[in-house]
Design a binder for this molecule. Structure first.
Ligand SMILES: O=P(O)(O)O[C@H]1O[C@H](CO)[C@@H](O)[C@H]1O
Ligand SMILES: O=c1cc[nH]c(=O)[nH]1
Length: 236
């Protein structure tokens, strides 16, 4: 067991799907995995391990934001030997051609979080990037499944509510959407040498009113989850 996870050594698979919402972790385990065992209940950050198409896969809720997610990633990788982490999250759409229900693959993640600056010090503005092998696999998996995806830069916001940030400028520079974790995931992937990818579903629009209904969200979240699971078992 680690500081925030009660699982025993060997309870997690080498590949973990990482949603922010612990209830999404429960949904994924109950809907897509067989032979499921719950491996974490601490702080209701639910974690499960089961089987998908004959492959052992885990799913763990990370909470919201880079600080919470970083706790789970550090413990999963350092204490439980996790080698691949695929985030399955929601995001706000920002680019003009991004719509509610779209699935996005984050090839990179710009951020206003201090984690990159605090890691490298002043003068270096690190560019957190996805693992290319996972990104390439996910793109082709989506193509085979007939699910359209858009690939590009995702803004990992330090604050969900932020009146000071110029979101339009970020969109003008090609940011597809915003969430709160991907830059931290990619930074830690580089630091701790695990493979990292964020697969996201657009749940709302930053410059529009449209929102997916609960039922639509579930269906489109299913597309994202299928891409993540197939990528997990097809990675090299
Ligand atoms: O749906 P999840 O994975 O939690 O992701 C998004 O939703 C939360 C904010 O509502 C943040 O964690 C953000 O990144
Ligand atoms: O972090 C998030 C998640 C969904 N929608 C947003 O606008 N931000």
């Amino acid at each position: 067991m680690s500081t925030h996870i009660e699982a025993q050594a060997g309870d997690y698979a080498e590949t973990v799907l990482l949603p922010g919402d612990p209830l999404r972790a429960k949904y994924i385990a109950e809907t897509f995995l067989t032979d499921v065992k719950q491996v974490n209940r601490v702080r209701n950050a639910f974690g499960y391990t089961g089987t998908y198409q004959g492959h052992r896969i885990s799913v763990q809720g990370s909470g919201m934001g880079i600080p919470s997610m970083s706790i789970y990633i550090n413990e999963l990788v350092r204490e439980y030997g996790v080698k691949t982490i695929i985030r399955v999250g929601s995001c706000g759409g920002m680019a003009p051609d991004v719509h509610v229900r779209d699935v996005l693959l984050a090839s990179g993640s710009t951020t206003d979080s201090a984690v990159t600056a605090n890691t490298f010090g002043p003068g270096v503005h690190y560019a957190p990037l996805a693992n290319f092998e996972l990104l390439d696999t996910a793109y082709h998996v989506a193509e085979k499944l007939g699910i359209q995806v858009k690939v590009g830069d995702i803004f990992a916001a330090d604050r969900f509510y932020n009146d000071e940030l110029d979101m339009q400028k970020l969109a003008d520079y090609g940011i597809l959407g915003t969430e709160m974790e991907s830059a931290g995931l990619y930074l830690l992937g580089a630091k701790l040498h695990f493979k990292a990818l964020s697969v996201l579903t657009v749940s709302d629009l930053i410059f529009g009113e449209e929102k997916a209904s609960a039922e639509e969200r579930e269906r489109t979240f299913n597309d994202m989850i299928k891409i993540a699971l197939e990528t997990a078992i097809q990675q090299g």
